[in-house]
Design a protein around this ligand. Structure first.
Ligand code: BEZ
Length: 240
């Protein structure tokens, strides 16, 4: 157990299904009141270890170039590190003016980046993991739904850059699961078959095995899939 002095507060680790912990913060896009300012939107709140570091720079460039794609899925992005506002501003300007990486250049990070020198927010969200670093946040990702509920949590260590296609896939899968009342199997993408709830009674299990629910493809009584077309998913989730 960490030894805390009287000015320190120990926060429980947030969990999937919890209300996103509230905070007010200064960001590169002005002050925010979280999660109230994001009500009605999905939001990805993510931390990075430090400004002016290479893995973080590659991540910010990648995330910034995908911002519109996330916006089309009704999702806003909010970053955080335990650096100060002027460091954030200088780093983001450097990225725009000087850094070319892969096929990205002139990348403008338009989403807010929280300054959190006090570590107030990082601690509330369990982003400081002393086994990895007690002075920098790990690469945490919280996907929070329009009601302010945490729906997915992913943590990466300092040395491992995130896969932003996977974050987008997870966001769309969460929204599809909500919209259609289904679950999504391994590696699911729009257009792939989805999983329906297992049979809840012996009668239902028998019916499914006998093929009485025609829209289902049952591998066994507990493992049934059904088709939802890519168009249906895109229409409902991405409003396309
Ligand atoms: C990086 O973003 O490059 C980085 C940050 C902290 C530790 C290791 C790498």
């Amino acid at each position: 157990m960490e030894n805390l002095n009287e000015n320190q507060v120990a926060y429980p680790m947030p969990r999937i299904g919890d209300a996103a912990p509230e905070f007010q913060a200064v960001t590169t896009q002005g002050n925010i009141n979280f999660p109230a300012d994001y009500k009605g939107n999905w939001v990805i709140l993510f931390s990075h270890p430090a400004d002016f570091t290479p893995v973080c720079t590659s991540e910010f460039m990648t995330f910034a170039t995908m911002e519109e794609k996330f916006a089309e899925a009704n999702c806003k992005l909010v970053g955080l590190s335990v650096d100060g506002l002027y460091s954030h501003i200088a780093w983001l300007l450097t990225i725009k003016e000087k850094i070319e990486y892969r096929d990205m250049k002139n990348v403008e990070v338009k989403f807010p980046l929280i300054e959190d020198i006090s570590m107030n927010v990082a601690k509330k969200y369990g982003m400081i993991q002393p086994g990895e670093s007690s002075t920098q946040a790990v690469r945490a990702v919280f996907i929070i739904d329009p009601k302010g509920v945490i729906r997915t949590i992913i943590y990466y260590p300092l040395s491992l850059g995130r896969n932003f296609d996977e974050l987008y896939r997870a966001l769309v899968a969460l929204q599809a699961a909500d919209a259609f009342g289904v679950a999504t199997p391994a590696d699911w993408r729009p257009g792939d078959d989805v999983i329906i709830s297992p049979a809840g009674s012996c009668g239902k299990a028998k019916d499914r095995m006998e093929g009485k629910e025609e829209e289902l493809d049952c591998k066994d009584w507990f493992f049934c899939t059904k088709k939802i077309s890519k168009e249906e998913v895109l229409e409902k989730v991405l409003k396309k």
